[in-house]
Design a protein around this ligand. Structure first.
Ligand SMILES: Nc1ncnc2c1ncn2[C@@H]1O[C@H](COP(=O)(O)OP(=O)(O)OP(=O)(O)O)[C@@H](O)[C@H]1O
Ligand SMILES: [Mg+2]
Length: 407
Protein backbone atom coordinates (compact mmCIF):
# COMPACT_ATOMS: atom_id res chain seq x y z
CA UNK A 1 0.00 0.00 0.00
CA UNK A 2 1.32 3.44 -0.86
CA UNK A 3 -0.02 5.79 1.80
CA UNK A 4 0.38 9.42 1.07
CA UNK A 5 -0.04 12.43 3.30
CA UNK A 6 -2.51 15.07 2.02
CA UNK A 7 -0.51 17.07 -0.46
CA UNK A 8 -1.43 18.88 -3.60
CA UNK A 9 -0.23 17.06 -6.69
CA UNK A 10 0.76 13.44 -6.86
CA UNK A 11 4.53 13.53 -6.52
CA UNK A 12 6.38 11.38 -3.98
CA UNK A 13 7.26 12.91 -0.62
CA UNK A 14 10.36 15.05 -1.20
CA UNK A 15 12.50 14.76 1.86
CA UNK A 16 15.65 16.70 2.74
CA UNK A 17 17.75 14.95 5.37
CA UNK A 18 20.49 16.83 7.26
CA UNK A 19 22.47 13.89 8.57
CA UNK A 20 26.22 13.25 8.68
CA UNK A 21 25.86 9.48 9.13
CA UNK A 22 24.99 7.53 5.99
CA UNK A 23 23.90 4.43 7.98
CA UNK A 24 21.54 6.55 10.13
CA UNK A 25 20.11 8.09 6.97
CA UNK A 26 19.57 4.67 5.40
CA UNK A 27 17.89 3.41 8.56
CA UNK A 28 15.47 6.34 8.72
CA UNK A 29 14.61 5.96 5.02
CA UNK A 30 14.06 2.24 5.49
CA UNK A 31 11.56 2.99 8.27
CA UNK A 32 9.68 5.45 6.10
CA UNK A 33 9.58 3.21 3.01
CA UNK A 34 8.52 0.25 5.08
CA UNK A 35 5.49 2.21 6.21
CA UNK A 36 4.47 2.68 2.57
CA UNK A 37 5.68 6.21 1.92
CA UNK A 38 6.72 6.93 -1.63
CA UNK A 39 9.93 8.89 -1.05
CA UNK A 40 12.45 10.99 -2.89
CA UNK A 41 15.16 11.65 -0.33
CA UNK A 42 18.24 13.83 -0.51
CA UNK A 43 20.93 13.76 2.18
CA UNK A 44 23.17 16.72 3.01
CA UNK A 45 25.70 16.78 5.82
CA UNK A 46 27.14 20.31 5.98
CA UNK A 47 25.70 23.74 6.63
CA UNK A 48 26.63 24.87 3.11
CA UNK A 49 24.88 21.94 1.43
CA UNK A 50 21.82 22.40 3.65
CA UNK A 51 21.54 26.10 2.89
CA UNK A 52 22.11 25.52 -0.83
CA UNK A 53 19.32 22.92 -0.82
CA UNK A 54 16.97 25.32 1.00
CA UNK A 55 17.83 28.25 -1.21
CA UNK A 56 16.17 26.53 -4.14
CA UNK A 57 12.85 26.76 -2.30
CA UNK A 58 13.07 30.44 -1.39
CA UNK A 59 10.38 32.60 -2.93
CA UNK A 60 8.50 29.79 -4.67
CA UNK A 61 4.88 29.11 -3.86
CA UNK A 62 5.52 25.36 -4.12
CA UNK A 63 8.75 24.48 -2.28
CA UNK A 64 10.85 21.61 -3.66
CA UNK A 65 10.77 19.89 -0.25
CA UNK A 66 7.80 18.49 1.62
CA UNK A 67 9.69 17.82 4.84
CA UNK A 68 13.09 18.33 6.45
CA UNK A 69 14.59 15.78 8.86
CA UNK A 70 17.60 16.89 10.83
CA UNK A 71 20.11 15.33 13.15
CA UNK A 72 20.97 17.46 16.16
CA UNK A 73 24.78 17.10 16.41
CA UNK A 74 26.64 17.87 13.19
CA UNK A 75 30.22 18.99 12.66
CA UNK A 76 30.21 22.77 13.28
CA UNK A 77 26.41 22.95 13.07
CA UNK A 78 23.36 21.95 15.11
CA UNK A 79 19.81 21.02 14.34
CA UNK A 80 18.61 24.19 16.10
CA UNK A 81 20.80 26.36 13.87
CA UNK A 82 19.40 24.54 10.83
CA UNK A 83 15.86 25.12 12.11
CA UNK A 84 16.52 28.84 12.58
CA UNK A 85 17.87 29.07 9.04
CA UNK A 86 14.87 27.23 7.64
CA UNK A 87 12.34 29.36 9.49
CA UNK A 88 13.97 32.52 8.16
CA UNK A 89 13.15 31.27 4.67
CA UNK A 90 9.95 29.29 5.13
CA UNK A 91 7.61 29.56 8.11
CA UNK A 92 5.66 26.44 7.28
CA UNK A 93 7.92 23.69 5.84
CA UNK A 94 7.88 20.79 8.35
CA UNK A 95 11.09 20.25 10.30
CA UNK A 96 11.55 17.11 12.39
CA UNK A 97 14.51 16.71 14.71
CA UNK A 98 15.81 13.13 14.68
CA UNK A 99 18.68 12.78 17.09
CA UNK A 100 20.76 10.13 18.86
CA UNK A 101 20.32 11.90 22.14
CA UNK A 102 18.35 15.02 22.77
CA UNK A 103 17.81 16.65 26.13
CA UNK A 104 14.41 17.81 27.21
CA UNK A 105 15.50 21.45 27.13
CA UNK A 106 16.72 21.15 23.55
CA UNK A 107 13.51 19.42 22.52
CA UNK A 108 11.40 22.15 24.13
CA UNK A 109 13.50 24.88 22.52
CA UNK A 110 13.18 23.19 19.12
CA UNK A 111 9.40 22.99 19.41
CA UNK A 112 9.23 26.59 20.56
CA UNK A 113 11.32 27.66 17.56
CA UNK A 114 8.98 26.01 15.10
CA UNK A 115 10.02 22.34 14.88
CA UNK A 116 7.14 20.07 13.93
CA UNK A 117 8.28 17.15 16.06
CA UNK A 118 11.34 15.47 17.60
CA UNK A 119 12.31 11.79 17.76
CA UNK A 120 15.09 9.64 19.07
CA UNK A 121 17.07 7.57 16.60
CA UNK A 122 16.66 4.64 18.98
CA UNK A 123 12.90 4.72 18.42
CA UNK A 124 12.02 5.39 14.81
CA UNK A 125 8.65 3.63 14.85
CA UNK A 126 6.98 7.00 15.20
CA UNK A 127 8.92 8.53 12.28
CA UNK A 128 6.45 7.75 9.45
CA UNK A 129 3.33 8.96 11.30
CA UNK A 130 5.23 12.06 12.44
CA UNK A 131 6.26 12.86 8.86
CA UNK A 132 2.73 12.32 7.55
CA UNK A 133 1.19 14.41 10.29
CA UNK A 134 3.71 17.24 9.82
CA UNK A 135 3.10 17.34 6.06
CA UNK A 136 -0.66 17.35 6.55
CA UNK A 137 -0.45 20.21 9.06
CA UNK A 138 1.84 22.22 6.77
CA UNK A 139 -0.57 21.67 3.86
CA UNK A 140 -3.44 23.06 5.92
CA UNK A 141 -1.32 25.99 7.09
CA UNK A 142 -0.33 26.81 3.52
CA UNK A 143 -3.93 26.72 2.32
CA UNK A 144 -4.97 28.93 5.22
CA UNK A 145 -2.25 31.45 4.37
CA UNK A 146 -3.29 31.35 0.70
CA UNK A 147 -6.98 31.85 1.57
CA UNK A 148 -6.12 34.72 3.93
CA UNK A 149 -4.12 36.39 1.17
CA UNK A 150 -6.97 35.84 -1.29
CA UNK A 151 -9.50 37.23 1.19
CA UNK A 152 -7.36 40.30 1.78
CA UNK A 153 -6.92 40.90 -1.95
CA UNK A 154 -10.66 40.52 -2.43
CA UNK A 155 -11.39 42.98 0.41
CA UNK A 156 -8.95 45.45 -1.13
CA UNK A 157 -10.63 45.14 -4.54
CA UNK A 158 -14.06 45.58 -2.96
CA UNK A 159 -12.92 48.66 -1.10
CA UNK A 160 -11.41 50.09 -4.29
CA UNK A 161 -14.69 49.49 -6.06
CA UNK A 162 -16.71 51.12 -3.25
CA UNK A 163 -14.40 54.14 -3.29
CA UNK A 164 -14.69 54.37 -7.05
CA UNK A 165 -18.49 54.25 -6.75
CA UNK A 166 -18.46 57.04 -4.16
CA UNK A 167 -16.38 59.19 -6.48
CA UNK A 168 -18.58 58.35 -9.47
CA UNK A 169 -21.74 59.16 -7.52
CA UNK A 170 -20.32 62.59 -6.59
CA UNK A 171 -19.31 63.24 -10.20
CA UNK A 172 -22.79 62.23 -11.40
CA UNK A 173 -24.45 64.45 -8.76
CA UNK A 174 -22.21 67.29 -9.84
CA UNK A 175 -23.24 66.82 -13.48
CA UNK A 176 -26.97 66.58 -12.64
CA UNK A 177 -26.77 69.68 -10.43
CA UNK A 178 -25.12 71.58 -13.27
CA UNK A 179 -27.81 70.51 -15.73
CA UNK A 180 -30.58 71.50 -13.34
CA UNK A 181 -28.89 74.84 -12.89
CA UNK A 182 -28.23 75.52 -16.56
CA UNK A 183 -31.34 73.99 -18.18
CA UNK A 184 -34.13 73.84 -15.63
CA UNK A 185 -33.05 76.86 -13.58
CA UNK A 186 -32.26 78.94 -16.66
CA UNK A 187 -35.60 78.16 -18.35
CA UNK A 188 -37.64 78.75 -15.20
CA UNK A 189 -35.91 82.08 -14.62
CA UNK A 190 -36.60 83.15 -18.22
CA UNK A 191 -40.23 82.01 -17.85
CA UNK A 192 -40.56 84.02 -14.67
CA UNK A 193 -39.37 87.18 -16.40
CA UNK A 194 -41.71 86.60 -19.35
CA UNK A 195 -44.66 86.14 -17.00
CA UNK A 196 -43.69 89.26 -15.16
CA UNK A 197 -43.58 91.16 -18.48
CA UNK A 198 -47.07 89.91 -19.38
CA UNK A 199 -48.35 90.93 -15.96
CA UNK A 200 -47.00 94.43 -16.40
CA UNK A 201 -48.31 94.82 -19.99
CA UNK A 202 -51.75 93.25 -19.69
CA UNK A 203 -54.61 95.43 -18.41
CA UNK A 204 -56.98 92.42 -18.23
CA UNK A 205 -57.72 91.56 -14.55
CA UNK A 206 -58.42 87.90 -15.50
CA UNK A 207 -55.01 87.58 -17.20
CA UNK A 208 -53.32 89.37 -14.28
CA UNK A 209 -54.86 86.87 -11.91
CA UNK A 210 -53.69 83.88 -13.96
CA UNK A 211 -50.19 85.30 -14.38
CA UNK A 212 -49.82 85.90 -10.65
CA UNK A 213 -50.78 82.33 -9.97
CA UNK A 214 -48.32 81.11 -12.67
CA UNK A 215 -45.57 83.27 -11.15
CA UNK A 216 -46.21 81.66 -7.80
CA UNK A 217 -45.86 78.18 -9.32
CA UNK A 218 -42.67 79.12 -11.13
CA UNK A 219 -41.18 80.59 -7.93
CA UNK A 220 -42.07 77.39 -6.16
CA UNK A 221 -40.40 75.31 -8.90
CA UNK A 222 -37.29 77.51 -8.74
CA UNK A 223 -37.03 77.03 -4.98
CA UNK A 224 -37.47 73.28 -5.40
CA UNK A 225 -34.71 73.08 -8.00
CA UNK A 226 -32.43 75.13 -5.73
CA UNK A 227 -33.12 72.69 -2.90
CA UNK A 228 -32.45 69.68 -5.11
CA UNK A 229 -29.22 71.25 -6.35
CA UNK A 230 -28.11 71.98 -2.82
CA UNK A 231 -28.63 68.33 -1.89
CA UNK A 232 -26.91 67.08 -5.00
CA UNK A 233 -23.94 69.38 -4.73
CA UNK A 234 -23.66 71.79 -1.81
CA UNK A 235 -23.01 75.15 -3.42
CA UNK A 236 -22.29 76.53 0.05
CA UNK A 237 -18.97 74.64 -0.12
CA UNK A 238 -17.80 77.24 -2.61
CA UNK A 239 -17.49 79.57 0.35
CA UNK A 240 -15.13 77.09 2.01
CA UNK A 241 -15.59 74.20 4.43
CA UNK A 242 -15.77 76.36 7.55
CA UNK A 243 -18.64 78.45 6.19
CA UNK A 244 -20.42 75.34 4.90
CA UNK A 245 -20.25 73.54 8.26
CA UNK A 246 -21.34 76.68 10.09
CA UNK A 247 -24.36 76.90 7.80
CA UNK A 248 -25.07 73.17 8.19
CA UNK A 249 -24.99 73.42 12.00
CA UNK A 250 -27.41 76.37 12.02
CA UNK A 251 -29.78 74.69 9.60
CA UNK A 252 -29.67 71.44 11.62
CA UNK A 253 -30.48 73.27 14.83
CA UNK A 254 -33.38 75.14 13.20
CA UNK A 255 -34.79 72.02 11.57
CA UNK A 256 -34.48 69.58 14.50
CA UNK A 257 -34.48 71.78 17.60
CA UNK A 258 -31.32 69.95 18.77
CA UNK A 259 -28.64 72.40 19.93
CA UNK A 260 -25.78 72.23 17.44
CA UNK A 261 -22.50 73.95 18.24
CA UNK A 262 -19.80 74.41 15.62
CA UNK A 263 -16.19 75.06 16.64
CA UNK A 264 -13.17 75.47 14.42
CA UNK A 265 -9.45 75.99 14.94
CA UNK A 266 -9.21 78.20 11.84
CA UNK A 267 -11.60 80.68 10.27
CA UNK A 268 -10.34 79.76 6.81
CA UNK A 269 -8.65 76.59 5.66
CA UNK A 270 -6.68 75.85 2.54
CA UNK A 271 -7.63 72.28 1.77
CA UNK A 272 -6.80 69.99 -1.14
CA UNK A 273 -9.44 69.25 -3.73
CA UNK A 274 -11.90 66.55 -2.68
CA UNK A 275 -11.29 66.92 1.05
CA UNK A 276 -13.97 69.58 1.76
CA UNK A 277 -16.69 67.51 0.10
CA UNK A 278 -15.67 64.38 2.04
CA UNK A 279 -15.73 66.36 5.30
CA UNK A 280 -19.07 67.94 4.38
CA UNK A 281 -20.71 64.58 3.57
CA UNK A 282 -19.26 63.07 6.77
CA UNK A 283 -20.77 65.83 8.92
CA UNK A 284 -24.05 65.50 7.01
CA UNK A 285 -24.32 61.74 7.69
CA UNK A 286 -23.24 62.13 11.33
CA UNK A 287 -25.89 64.81 11.91
CA UNK A 288 -28.55 62.76 10.14
CA UNK A 289 -27.65 59.79 12.36
CA UNK A 290 -27.74 61.96 15.47
CA UNK A 291 -31.26 63.14 14.61
CA UNK A 292 -32.47 59.70 13.43
CA UNK A 293 -31.01 57.41 16.09
CA UNK A 294 -29.35 59.22 18.99
CA UNK A 295 -32.24 60.97 20.77
CA UNK A 296 -29.66 63.63 21.66
CA UNK A 297 -30.40 67.20 22.70
CA UNK A 298 -26.94 68.52 21.91
CA UNK A 299 -24.51 67.94 19.04
CA UNK A 300 -21.03 69.42 18.60
CA UNK A 301 -19.04 69.73 15.39
CA UNK A 302 -15.31 70.33 15.87
CA UNK A 303 -13.11 71.11 12.90
CA UNK A 304 -9.38 71.42 13.41
CA UNK A 305 -6.21 71.47 11.40
CA UNK A 306 -3.12 70.51 13.32
CA UNK A 307 0.25 68.95 12.44
CA UNK A 308 -0.87 68.55 8.83
CA UNK A 309 -3.96 66.51 9.74
CA UNK A 310 -7.50 67.72 9.20
CA UNK A 311 -9.81 66.41 11.86
CA UNK A 312 -13.58 66.64 11.95
CA UNK A 313 -15.39 65.36 15.02
CA UNK A 314 -19.15 65.17 15.36
CA UNK A 315 -20.30 64.20 18.89
CA UNK A 316 -23.75 63.82 20.32
CA UNK A 317 -24.97 63.25 23.87
CA UNK A 318 -27.45 60.61 22.83
CA UNK A 319 -28.11 56.96 23.65
CA UNK A 320 -24.99 55.58 21.93
CA UNK A 321 -24.82 52.58 19.65
CA UNK A 322 -23.94 48.90 20.01
CA UNK A 323 -21.54 46.83 17.91
CA UNK A 324 -24.45 44.98 16.28
CA UNK A 325 -25.89 48.30 15.05
CA UNK A 326 -22.89 48.60 12.77
CA UNK A 327 -23.64 45.21 11.20
CA UNK A 328 -27.23 46.07 10.15
CA UNK A 329 -27.77 44.71 6.66
CA UNK A 330 -29.57 47.73 5.24
CA UNK A 331 -27.44 50.42 6.87
CA UNK A 332 -24.83 51.93 4.60
CA UNK A 333 -24.24 55.43 6.00
CA UNK A 334 -21.25 54.67 8.23
CA UNK A 335 -19.83 52.07 5.84
CA UNK A 336 -20.02 54.62 3.05
CA UNK A 337 -18.16 57.15 5.21
CA UNK A 338 -15.23 54.74 5.63
CA UNK A 339 -14.94 54.32 1.88
CA UNK A 340 -15.45 58.03 1.26
CA UNK A 341 -12.64 58.87 3.72
CA UNK A 342 -10.42 56.40 1.88
CA UNK A 343 -10.81 58.34 -1.38
CA UNK A 344 -8.72 61.18 0.14
CA UNK A 345 -6.36 58.98 2.19
CA UNK A 346 -8.30 59.45 5.45
CA UNK A 347 -10.14 57.23 7.89
CA UNK A 348 -13.07 57.23 10.32
CA UNK A 349 -12.97 56.47 14.05
CA UNK A 350 -16.21 55.82 15.86
CA UNK A 351 -16.60 55.64 19.62
CA UNK A 352 -19.78 55.30 21.58
CA UNK A 353 -20.87 54.85 25.14
CA UNK A 354 -23.37 56.00 27.74
CA UNK A 355 -22.32 59.61 27.15
CA UNK A 356 -23.17 59.49 23.45
CA UNK A 357 -21.48 58.88 20.12
CA UNK A 358 -18.45 60.50 18.60
CA UNK A 359 -17.42 60.15 14.97
CA UNK A 360 -14.03 61.44 13.86
CA UNK A 361 -12.78 61.87 10.32
CA UNK A 362 -8.99 62.27 10.05
CA UNK A 363 -7.26 63.23 6.81
CA UNK A 364 -3.48 63.69 6.67
CA UNK A 365 -2.82 66.52 4.25
CA UNK A 366 0.90 65.94 3.98
CA UNK A 367 2.94 62.84 3.18
CA UNK A 368 5.48 61.31 5.58
CA UNK A 369 8.18 63.78 4.47
CA UNK A 370 5.96 66.74 5.26
CA UNK A 371 5.18 67.61 1.63
CA UNK A 372 1.66 67.94 0.26
CA UNK A 373 0.39 64.51 -0.75
CA UNK A 374 0.57 63.80 -4.47
CA UNK A 375 -2.73 64.29 -6.21
CA UNK A 376 -4.00 66.52 -3.44
CA UNK A 377 -1.60 69.40 -3.78
CA UNK A 378 -2.78 70.97 -6.98
CA UNK A 379 -5.98 72.61 -5.85
CA UNK A 380 -7.21 73.99 -2.61
CA UNK A 381 -10.49 74.61 -0.93
CA UNK A 382 -10.63 78.18 -1.89
CA UNK A 383 -13.67 79.84 -3.43
CA UNK A 384 -11.46 81.22 -6.17
CA UNK A 385 -9.69 77.99 -7.01
CA UNK A 386 -10.47 75.81 -10.00
CA UNK A 387 -12.33 72.58 -9.37
CA UNK A 388 -15.16 74.04 -7.36
CA UNK A 389 -18.59 74.28 -8.91
CA UNK A 390 -18.65 77.91 -9.79
CA UNK A 391 -21.90 78.97 -11.47
CA UNK A 392 -24.13 76.83 -9.28
CA UNK A 393 -25.03 79.57 -6.88
CA UNK A 394 -28.38 81.16 -7.63
CA UNK A 395 -27.79 84.53 -9.25
CA UNK A 396 -30.55 87.06 -8.50
CA UNK A 397 -32.66 88.05 -11.56
CA UNK A 398 -31.28 90.97 -13.51
CA UNK A 399 -27.61 90.28 -12.78
CA UNK A 400 -26.98 87.48 -15.28
CA UNK A 401 -25.68 88.74 -18.63
CA UNK A 402 -27.68 86.14 -20.59
CA UNK A 403 -31.02 87.17 -19.11
CA UNK A 404 -33.68 88.48 -21.50
CA UNK A 405 -33.12 92.15 -22.16
CA UNK A 406 -35.66 94.80 -21.32
CA UNK A 407 -37.00 93.27 -18.10
N1 LIG B 1 -25.25 58.88 16.57
C1 LIG B 1 -25.82 57.67 16.74
N2 LIG B 1 -26.45 57.38 17.91
C2 LIG B 1 -27.04 56.18 18.10
N3 LIG B 1 -27.02 55.18 17.20
C3 LIG B 1 -26.40 55.42 16.02
C4 LIG B 1 -25.79 56.67 15.73
N4 LIG B 1 -25.24 56.59 14.50
C5 LIG B 1 -25.53 55.37 14.04
N5 LIG B 1 -26.24 54.65 14.93
C6 LIG B 1 -26.67 53.25 14.82
O1 LIG B 1 -25.85 52.64 13.87
C7 LIG B 1 -26.65 52.11 12.79
C8 LIG B 1 -25.90 52.23 11.50
O2 LIG B 1 -25.80 53.60 11.10
P1 LIG B 1 -25.68 53.94 9.56
O3 LIG B 1 -25.54 55.39 9.41
O4 LIG B 1 -24.60 53.09 8.98
O5 LIG B 1 -27.04 53.43 8.93
P2 LIG B 1 -28.52 54.00 9.05
O6 LIG B 1 -28.47 55.40 9.56
O7 LIG B 1 -29.32 53.01 9.82
O8 LIG B 1 -29.00 53.96 7.55
P3 LIG B 1 -28.43 54.82 6.32
O9 LIG B 1 -27.90 53.79 5.36
O10 LIG B 1 -29.60 55.56 5.80
O11 LIG B 1 -27.36 55.73 6.85
C9 LIG B 1 -27.95 52.89 12.86
O12 LIG B 1 -29.02 52.15 12.33
C10 LIG B 1 -28.12 53.12 14.35
O13 LIG B 1 -28.66 52.00 14.98
MG1 LIG C 1 -27.10 56.78 8.64
Amino acid sequence: MNRRPDRQGVHPVRLLHLEDSEPDHMLAMAHLRRSGLDLEAHRVDTREQFEAALATSAGTSCPPWDVVLSDYHLPGYTGLMALERLRAIDAVLPFILVSGQIGEDTAVEAMRNGASDYLLKSNLNRLAPAVEQAIRTAGMQRSRVASDAELQASRRRLSELAQHLQTSVEAERHAIAREIHDDVGGSLTALKFDLDWIRRHSPEPGVQQRVLSALESVTHALEASQRIMQNLRPAILEQGLVAALQWMAQRFERRTGVICEFRTSHEKMQLPRGVPLVAYRTAQEALTNASKHARADRVTIDLSLSAGVLSLEVSDNGVGLAAEDLAKAQSFGLRGLHERAGTVGGWIDLSSGAAGTSLILSVPLTDEDGGARPGLADTIDDPDSAGTLSGLEWVPPGTRPSEPAGL
